[in-house]
Design a protein. Structure first.
Ligand SMILES: CC(C)(COP(=O)(O)OP(=O)(O)OC[C@H]1O[C@@H](n2cnc3c(N)ncnc32)[C@H](O)[C@@H]1OP(=O)(O)O)[C@@H](O)C(=O)NCCC(=O)NCCS
Length: 243
């Protein structure tokens, strides 16, 4: 498994509102809130003039009221001198984020986690409650609603109140894990681990054999959870932006 394959599966399973392939660079635009879906992913390079392509990428984003932003994954961007070119233009690299993978094994699904192939209202409510603001909620919700099948939305409730959610969507034998959220007051009681277990049991039924996710490098609680479930870091990506 390589980082390029995971990046391509991420674009498929966590779909931006708009995706355009321009000479191998994927241009993604959504609501302008989160980085991944509002950036240029230079995954392949089939063009002739890199500097002109950077100009065109900046213009493409600006036309959508988005700031200049490139997402460079270590070992999976092209051309190889793109980081140096962006640095020469004054770009800086921010928000290092781990791309983690783990094998998916058959397992029994926990019986206290509900799974649905469409987003249930309880999932939506938790997502809204844990989002920083309405714009972030709407952007993430829109992406989750666009996710292709097979997909699964997990909710875990206690006494009628949903306290933890998570979702997965697969592309071939790769299953992406997204929106793992536990209500702040309900954390550290094993809920995310159960949500994860339910999603992985379902992903195995789909035939997916490798799970992947992205987690910001300073998110120690989430990384601890994923490492305890067998995930290891495959690569790191950073956003290159103008200060
Ligand atoms: C990450 C998150 C989903 C974990 O949810 P949770 O329900 O508290 O997690 P669990 O109780 O199932 O914890 C499972 C394991 O994760 C690790 N873990 C979870 N929180 C941790 C913390 N604050 N510090 C260290 N390890 C932690 C531990 O290994 C834990 O097992 P243990 O309690 O037996 O030691 C939750 O902290 C959260 O919603 N964070 C904000 C949203 C977010 O960052 N999501 C992930 C985006 S990639």
């Amino acid at each position: 498994m390589n980082a390029r394959a995971i990046d391509l599966a991420t674009v498929r399973t966590w779909p931006a509102a708009e995706t355009e392939d321009r000479d191998g660079w994927l241009h993604l635009a959504s609501g302008g809130v989160t980085g991944r879906v509002n950036a240029v992913w230079p995954i392949d390079w089939r063009g002739a003039d890199v500097e002109a392509a950077i100009d065109a990428a900046e213009a493409w984003l600006a036309a959508r009221a988005l700031p200049a932003r490139f997402k460079l994954t270590d070992g999976a961007y092209a051309p190889l001198d793109l980081a140096e070119r962006l640095a020469r233009r004054g770009y800086e690299a921010v928000t290092p984020t781990l791309i983690m993978t783990a094998p998916i094994r058959a397992r029994a699904a926990p019986d206290d986690v509900a799974l649905s192939d469409a987003m249930p209202a309880a999932f939506d409510a938790v997502l809204r409650a844990v989002s920083a603001d309405v714009a972030e909620y709407e952007e993430r919700r829109g992406i989750a609603l666009r996710a292709p099948q097979p997909a699964a939305f997990a909710t875990m409730a206690r006494e009628g109140q949903t306290l933890a959610i998570g979702m997965s969507a697969a592309c071939g034998d790769l299953a992406g894990l997204y929106l793992m959220r536990t209500a702040p007051e309900a954390r550290r009681q094993g809920r995310a681990r159960k949500v994860f277990g339910a999603l992985m049991a379902r992903a195995h039924q789909w035939g997916a054999r490798t799970a992947f996710l992205q987690v910001e490098a300073d998110n120690a609680p989430a990384i601890a959870l994923y490492e305890s479930e067998g995930f290891t870091a495959l690569s790191t990506y950073r956003f290159w932006r103008k200060p």
